[in-house]
Design a protein around this ligand. Sequence first.
Ligand code: GLN
Length: 491
Amino acid sequence: MSAGKQTAIELRDQIGAGRASSLDATKAVFECIDRLEPTVGAYISLFRDEALARAEDVDRRIAAGEPVGALAGLPVAVKDVLCTRSGATTCGSRLLEHFHAPYDATVIRKLHDADAVIVGKTNMDEFAMGSSTENSGLKQTVNPWDPQRVPGGSSGGSAAAVAARLCSVAIGSDTGGSVRQPASFCGVVGLKPTYGRVSRYGLVAYGSTLDQVGPLGRTVSDVALMLNVIAGHDPADSTSIDETVAPVEDYLTQVNEPVEGLKIGVVPAFNAGAEAPIQSAVAAALDVYRSAGAEIVEIEMPHLDYAIAAYYVIATAEASSNLARYDGVHYGHRTENPADYVEVYSKSREEAFGKEVKRRIMLGTYALSSGYYDAYYLKALKVRNLIRGDFTQAFEKCDAIAMPVAPTTAFKIGEKMDDPLKMYLSDIYTISANLAGLPGISVPCGQDGNGLPIGLQILTPAFTEGKLLRIGRMFEGATEWHTKKPAMVES
Ligand code: GLN
């Protein structure tokens, strides 16, 4: 029995029917971790004893005929950006290396309530700032398809863990692509829900108007299962949507229903910015949809080209404000022997924040400073509105928009580290969904000449995750890309 052989749904159904045990599945995951984790480096912390005890408890309850939750016994990995009562919550930062949160994030509570077995917390770019997980202050994660390459980021640990079968499903967070892009680099499925669909309570804040928690899995159905569990209004997060306005659907039950009369919009000139193998894979994916009866329509989105500039002003502005709380006083790293109280702030921050985080705090503080606020921050907000408008108009002509997830496949470790602008530019296809608050999915749709995975991105209007997942599943059901796995995974 191994979590590597089955999808999360298959495993869950077998555990629920008493045909497989959660303890065996969890042990098998830890065996994979023992074998591959020294190479992959997906986890910051592991909860071995706690996970095995929980798995045993789930098995006991199933055997006793007691009711269990929707994720009963499934080994799940969680990005270390979500607060957990158990263990540290580091956010990939040396500043929070020894921080123990006094409470569980709502998403964590929901996972526990659904009887998931949390195996560990995964590596990430420090405070989720990055596209390669190389900005982690704690460790390096590699891409299971090629250990010379990055897993993507910032949820690189979660994507690598799913791809290398070091868990069954995982949770990430997406501020500008951090679920979708690593999913695409690691050949798994990643979903960014609509802003407000999933509670952000207990999610360490990066860009509060952009951040959203999302699941990663090997199939669209596995991701739908996870969304069923984590979606919903939370009184502790005032930005989570009222369910009378936007009801939570049963995403899993409907996922296999194809969308009739589907119209998919594309912006050919925009998509042409991706490398040739990615363009071909996206074109081939569109053919798959055509064969399924969908119509492909050309749409115009004139402001997408400005998305990077707007995003990197808004995200850094929000980050500079959010990260002001790390003052060396309340919690997190504190400098030793400061000369005065000013040094408590300055040295604590200087010593523990990494280079990229400092760069962003400076950029964001600058954009918000008096005299520059109108020229940068306010202007970026106006661009954000124009991008939102582009989507509203586009969705009058189509149900969904298809585009690449990233302009390249997984790049080499170190390749973009000396050139932050190059790294930022690689986010071109993912950040618009965050600026507009829309849901987006990445589904494996091909491989490049080096055998590296390529992802297809689909975007739909706000709070239509049900339809989005069905559209993703239509492609997955007609192709084999989601069944491919890295060579390091035993067959
Ligand atoms: N790469 C983007 C950034 O660095 C997005 C990161 C994310 O979604 N957390 O801001």
